[in-house]
Write a protein that binds this ligand. Structure first.
Ligand SMILES: [Zn+2]
Ligand SMILES: [Zn+2]
Length: 326
């Protein structure tokens, strides 16, 4: 039954390079923490000298250090508490549990904007200090360290602004996918697969909107309801839907792919086609194949299709098995 959701369709989203900053606490964090602690102690001992500066750059440095540490701690806590099965903590705006959801909101809505603002303030203060009271800093090393730290802050901002951009794009794609799924999701889909239009995370996209057909294209594909005449003619007698592995029964809404004649429950193949434009059995492309071959649901069409399915069936189970393993 869960074959459709288990098919390993690799997508761009599974291979998004995750920045080192998104990894759990590691040696880099220890080095960062020790460096910031050393610098803080040094500034503390040179406090009187810094106080002579036109702008309080020592206070800016302190606050900037603290913000970076708070951000890292927030992220590590977020990674530890992220909802099971969700995507990367910083990229997934759909955390289900309260704590990771609050941490994500804090990171993007408070921490990042405030850090950008604070870095701009620091840029101004450092510029004024170097221009008007350059001799206030204890040594030239302190001056160059302040400039170096400011540059690091801008790198940090660039990386995290890009990450937020990716997170926002992923969320937009998830919302679009949900709109498509809602167009497909009728009573038949719900009875067979449950409510599919509510995606848990961007990892649920699985190629949706990239390799698949649009709901309009899918709706244009021929479908018919399996009646007693068709059933006796062959459909359902010894065939099953290759996706859900349930028999095609009288009253089932069926869709046959023009390109190859393979038949499926409409609710099963429609969900598949949103993710892939290829027939799940023979891999032929369905896109643009909506011709006149099966304009009606006549007996000859049914017999022909059924024959195709019969030929494909023993092979198909192996193919789908192989797809699950690949
Ligand atoms: Zn099915
Ligand atoms: Zn096919």
């Amino acid at each position: 039954m869960p074959l459709l959701t288990e098919l390993p369709i690799n997508t761009y989203f599974d291979h998004i390079p995750v920045n080192e900053m998104t990894m759990p606490l590691g040696y880099n964090d220890v080095i960062l923490l020790v460096s910031l602690l050393y610098s803080s102690i040094d500034i503390y001992y040179e406090w009187d000298s810094f106080s002579q500066c036109q702008r309080p750059i020592h206070q800016w440095l302190f606050a900037s250090f603290a913000l970076v540490v708070i951000f890292r701690l927030t992220h590590v806590l977020g990674m530890k508490t992220a909802t099971l099965g969700s995507g990367d903590f910083l990229l997934d705006l759909r955390q289900k549990d309260t704590l990771p959801r609050l941490l994500v909101s804090f990171t993007w809505l408070i921490a990042l904007p405030f850090f950008i603002l604070w870095t701009l303030v620091g840029t101004k203060w450092l510029w004024v200090t170097i221009r008007e009271t350059p001799s206030c800093v204890p040594t030239s090393t302190h001056k160059w360290f302040s400039i170096f730290w400011l540059a690091l802050c801008y790198v940090w901002i660039l990386i995290h602004t890009a990450l937020f951009g990716v997170a926002w794009l992923l969320e937009r794609r998830v919302r679009r996918a949900e709109v498509d799924l809602r167009e497909i999701e009728d009573d038949d889909v719900i009875s067979r697969w449950g409510q599919v239009s509510s995606l848990q995370t961007y990892r649920s996209l699985c190629g949706h909107g990239q390799k698949g057909l649009s709901p309009t294209e899918i709706a244009a594909l021929p479908s018919f309801s399996c009646d007693a005449g068709m059933y006796e003619a062959g459909i359902g007698a010894d065939t099953e839907c290759p996706i859900c592995l349930h028999d095609l029964k009288i009253g089932d809404s069926i869709r046959e792919l023009d390109v190859c004649g393979h038949m499926f429950h409409r609710s099963c193949i429609d969900l598949w086609l949103l993710r892939s434009s290829a027939c799940p059995l023979c891999k032929r492309s369905v896109k643009g194949s909506n011709g006149d071959r099966h304009a009606g649901c006549g007996a000859s069409h049914v017999r022909g299709s059924n024959a195709n399915l019969r030929v494909a069936e023993p092979d198909s189970s192996r193919r789908l098995g192989a797809m699950q393993l690949s």
